[in-house]
Design a binder for this molecule. Structure first.
Ligand code: ZN
Length: 410
């Protein structure tokens, strides 16, 4: 039975869903103010593999991933370059999606843009005000963390501890009642993109966007919420508070899954440090499936350290797996029932893909040496297909609008 580690409660739990047989999965998408890098690819490839495993286990999976297309960074880049936000967004989003297509990542069932949800965001903000979870100060609306007693639960920290740790959205410090109160709606400065609202022209806060898009496309309660570990605070803590205050239902999400942060030579990869590694540059050196193999060779919760030669060192394994598969590809969607038992045990154990790959590679070595049987070869194919390798027959990105039955958002 599949067990997954949830950041909420910080423990490994047997996987279960709100609606039996159906998985509602939301993964925080990118803010396309610039090109994406290998760290993004690590996150989306990991969640893609998990989605595929859930499908192989027989779940109907509805996967939603958003685009944060209005925020301080988008506005800053637009100002600096003199280009409209939509143009910057579309250009970076196109490159990002091409990278994911190349890496054989299934496309989301819904791919919502924040700016397409302004009426719903205004409505949610108005409801939070009505219910006393929010307050307005001169055109800015804040969520009051003291009104939500479980605030801090995801981070296992009190308000005092969290406030000591960080001062998010510092520009609002003088206006808000508590240092952790976060903005739901903010008034805009002249020249910034804005929308009319009951509180004057403005734009949404960051966290309310994801809550509204999740509820709109998946309903009030979801099974898996994914994202990078750097989103646990404040973004995901805020999302829980907003959603549960809005719907009165708890938990908003059962499994909070957070991937680790990819580093380059021991340093976190980030734009400000100028140490970005781009997928498209790596794909000039190695085939996409070999890069996918690299990204899945670290556990999703680990912090992989990308170093020179890492990709090339995987070449032998990559070739061995390909030779072992040969022409024996899996037609259609693979089933978990066809996986070698040890592989299934590894995947069930908090989705231990690196261990599963080690087992598959051992089997591949036996196939190549001529000491394995047909069953073993079929097991390798099933394993690699479940993990999304196209050469083993895994369905490609365009088949990712996999939605046997539409969700029924209430
Ligand atoms: Zn988000």
């Amino acid at each position: 039975m599949l067990q997954l580690y949830s950041s909420l409660g910080r423990r490994v739990l047997p996987f279960r869903t709100v609606v039996p047989g159906e998985v509602r999965m939301y993964v925080c998408g990118v803010t396309p103010y610039d090109v994406t890098h290998l760290g993004h690819a690590f996150s989306y490839v990991q969640f893609d593999a998990l989605r595929r495993y859930l499908i192989a286990l027989g779940y109907r999976v509805r996967y939603v991933q958003n685009v944060t297309d209005i925020d301080d960074d988008m506005i800053a880049v637009s100002r600096r370059t003199g280009r409209p936000i939509a143009e910057i967004r579309d250009e970076n989003d196109r490159l990002f999606r091409r990278d994911l297509d190349d890496l054989n990542v299934l496309r989301p069932a819904a791919y919502p843009f924040a700016t397409d949800h302004i009426p719903q965001i205004i409505d949610a903000t108005a409801q939070l005000l009505d219910r006393g979870f929010a307050y307005e100060v001169e055109g800015d609306v804040f969520f009051s963390v003291e009104r939500f007693p479980r605030y801090g639960e995801l981070n296992a920290a009190s308000l005092e501890e969290l406030a000591r740790r960080e001062n998010p959205e510092a520009k609002f410090a003088a206006k808000r009642r508590h240092p952790l109160d976060f903005v739901l709606w903010q008034h805009t400065e002249p020249g910034e993109p804005s929308w009319p609202s009951p509180w004057g022209p403005g734009r949404p806060g960051w966290s309310i966007e994801c809550t509204v898009m999740s509820i709109t496309h998946l309903g009030e309660q979801i099974d898996i919420h994914g994202g990078g570990r750097d989103l646990i605070f404040p973004h995901h803590e805020n999302e829980i508070a907003q959603a549960e205050a809005l719907t009165g239902r708890s938990p908003f999400c059962t499994f909070w899954l957070h991937n680790g942060m990819l580093r380059l030579d021991g340093v976190k990869m980030s734009k400000s440090l100028g140490n970005l590694v781009l997928v498209r540059n790596l794909l000039q050196r190695v085939p996409p499936a070999q890069l996918r193999l690299y990204l899945l060779s670290s556990h999703y919760r680990s912090d992989p350290d990308f170093r020179r030669g890492d990709l090339e060192r995987l070449e032998e394994r990559y070739r061995r797996l390909r030779v072992a598969v040969g022409e024996a590809v899996v037609p259609g969607w693979p089933s978990a029932a066809d996986l070698p038992r040890a592989v299934r045990e590894a995947l069930d154990d908090d989705f231990d893909v690196p261990r599963a790959l080690d087992i598959l590679d051992d089997l591949a070595a036996r196939v190549v040496a001529g000491t394995a049987g047909t069953d073993e070869r079929a097991g390798i194919c099933a394993g690699l297909a479940v993990l999304g390798f196209d050469f083993a027959g895994a369905p490609g990105p365009a088949t990712g609008w996999f939605e046997p039955e539409p969700a029924d958002p209430k």
